[in-house]
Design a binder for this molecule. Structure first.
Ligand code: ATP
Ligand code: MG
Length: 421
C-alpha cells in the first residue's frame, strides 16, 4: 500500500450556521430509526444557541464510494456498501469526533481525567442520477434528504476499476460533478419558481410582512438568474435580512460544498498526479469549494485494524494521519465553526461556537445559566497556555486576561467563566 497523503484547500468563507427547520426520520448505523431532532435535543438540551447537530451530507452519483467513506469516517458505521448502484436508499447517520491534537496537550498539562472532542454528524445519502429533480431514481426523496444537511460532501469517483460499475459507463469527474450540480440547481429553480408565484399572488396584511416578502422576492430573483447562468445560489451576495428571508426554502446550492476525490490506493502518495483529481481541483476552485483527496476503500480497510495497529501501519507508510482527519476538519472549518476549550482536573473539553460569538454567547453553549449570569471570562490563548504550562503560571506571567461581555472569543481560547446564578 502506498504512503497515505491528502490535501485540502478551503476557501476563507465564513458560512452562517442555521439550524435545519426539518424534523424527519433518519436511520442510525445500526439501522434503527432515529429522529434527528431528538439527537439534537439530547445533546444540546442545555444549549439553545448552537446546534452541534451539524450535519454534513455525503452526496454523489450511485456507486462512487459514499457508503464506503461513511463507514470509514463513522467508527462502527455499518452502512451497506456494495458494488451496485442504489445500494443505499435510506440515509445512514453517524456522529464523529473532530480530531484536535490540542485537546490532548491541554488534557495532559491539566492532568484531566478525560478529554472530550467536538463532534459533527455525517449523513450517508442515496446516489443521485440525471433527472433526479424530475423524480428519476427516487430523486425527489433523495433531494429532500440533502435539504436537511448544513454542508455537502460530494464524493467524486477518481479511481479506475473495471469491476466497479459506473452508472454513466466511464470515469469522468467533470461530467459527474455537472450531473449532480445540475440536479441540485434544477431542484432549487423549481422551488424558487413556485415560491415567487406564491409571493406574487399572496395578499400581504401588514407592512412589516410586506418588507420581508419584498426582500425575499428580490433575493430569489437574483438567485434564479445566478442559477440560470450556471452558478450556485451561494455565489450571490445577500444581506443578512435577505438570507434570513429565504432560509425556509433550504436551497441546495446555498449549502457549502467540499469535493471528495475518491482515489485508488496507488494514488494516495501523490493524488495531484491523477488527472481526474486535477479536474476536481479546478472545478472546486471555480465553484468556491474545498477539495479533499481520500481513498474510501483504503480508509475503510484501515478501520478494520485495531487503533494501535492503525497508527503503526500509517507510520510504517510514512504518514501519521489518514485522509479522514483532514476531511473532518475541513468540514468543521467549512461550516464556519470555531473551537474554544475548558480544561480542568475533571475534563478538558472542546466546545463548538460560531465565528464572531461573544464570551457570554460562548458560555451559553455550555449552559444557558452561564450566559444569563455571565460576569467575566478569564481567557488565555492556547499557545500562551502551553508555553506557560498551567493556568497559574499563565496568570503569573500576565498571559491570562479578564474579558467582559463584548469580548469575541478567538479560535483556541482556553476559558474559565465567572458567572452568577
Ligand atoms: N477508492 C476506491 N477504490 C476502489 N473501489 C472503491 C473505492 N471506493 C469505493 N469502492 C468500491 O465501490 C463500490 C461502491 O461503493 P459504495 O457502496 O460505498 O458506493 P455508494 O456511493 O454508497 O453507492 P450507492 O449510491 O449505490 O449507495 C464498492 O464495491 C466499494 O468497495
Ligand atoms: Mg451507498
Amino acid at each position: 500500500m502506498a504512503k497515505l497523503a491528502s490535501h485540502h484547500l478551503i476557501p476563507a468563507l465564513g458560512f452562517p450556521l442555521r439550524r435545519s427547520s426539518f424534523c424527519t426520520q433518519w436511520r442510525n448505523p445500526k439501522g434503527e430509526s432515529i429522529n434527528s431532532f431528538s439527537v439534537l435535543i439530547k445533546r444540546f438540551s442545555s444549549s439553545p444557541k448552537v446546534s452541534m447537530s451539524l450535519k454534513a451530507g455525503i452526496v454523489g452519483l450511485p456507486n462512487v464510494g459514499k457508503s464506503t467513506l461513511f463507514n470509514a469516517v463513522v467508527e462502527n458505521g455499518k452502512a451497506q456498501a456494495a458494488n451496485f448502484p442504489f445500494c443505499t436508499i435510506e440515509p445512514n447517520v453517524g456522529i464523529v469526533a473532530v480530531p484536535d491534537p490540542r485537546l490532548n496537550v491541554l488534557s495532559e498539562l491539566n492532568k484531566s481525567q478525560r478529554a472530550v472532542p467536538a463532534s459533527i454528524e455525517f449523513v450517508d445519502i442515496a446516489g443521485l442520477v440525471k433527472g433526479a429533480s424530475q423524480g428519476e431514481g427516487l430523486g425527489n426523496k433523495f433531494l429532500s434528504h440533502i435539504r436537511q444537511v448544513d454542508a455537502i460532501l460530494q464524493v467524486v469517483r477518481c479511481f479506475e476499476d473495471n469491476d466497479v460499475i459506473h452508472v454513466n459507463g466511464k470515469v469522468d469527474p467533470k461530467s459527474d460533478i455537472d450531473v449532480i450540480n445540475l440536479e441540485l440547481a434544477f431542484s432549487d429553480l423549481d422551488q424558487i419558481d413556485k415560491r415567487i408565484d406564491k409571493l406574487k399572488k399572496g395578499k400581504v396584511k401588514d407592512s412589516q410582512s410586506k418588507v420581508k416578502e419584498e426582500a425575499e422576492k428580490s433575493a430569489l430573483e437574483r438567485i434564479q438568474q445566478e442559477l440560470l447562468d450556471g452558478k450556485p445560489a451561494r455565489s450571490v451576495t445577500l444581506t443578512d435580512y435577505e438570507r434570513e428571508s429565504i432560509d425556509h426554502l433550504c436551497l441546495l446550492t446555498m449549502k457549502p460544498v467540499i469535493y471528495v476525490a475518491n482515489v485508488t490506493e496507488s494514488d494516495l502518495a501523490n493524488p495531484e498526479s491523477n488527472p481526474y483529481v486535477k479536474d476536481v481541483m479546478n472545478l472546486a476552485s471555480q465553484l468556491q469549494s474545498g477539495i479533499v483527496s481520500v481513498s474510501a476503500q483504503v480508509e475503510s480497510e484501515l478501520t478494520e485494524l485495531p487503533s494501535e495497529e492503525r497508527t503503526e501501519f500509517l507510520n510504517s507508510l510514512g504518514g501519521n494521519e489518514s485522509g479522514l482527519g483532514n476531511l473532518i476538519r475541513a468540514t468543521y472549518s467549512l461550516l464556519g465553526l470555531r473551537t474554544y476549550f475548558t480544561s480542568g482536573e475533571k475534563e478538558t473539553k472542546a466546545w463548538t461556537i460560531l465565528a464572531g460569538m461573544t464570551a457570554p454567547q460562548a458560555a451559553g453553549v455550555i449552559h444557558s445559566d452561564f450566559e444569563k449570569g455571565f460576569i467575566r471570562a478569564e481567557t488565555v490563548a492556547y499557545h500562551d497556555f502551553v508555553a506557560a504550562g498551567s493556568l497559574a503560571a499563565a496568570r503569573e506571567k500576565g498571559l491570562l486576561r479578564s474579558e467582559g461581555k463584548e469580548y469575541v472569543v478567538q479560535e483556541g481560547d482556553v476559558m474559565l467563566f465567572r458567572f452568577n446564578v
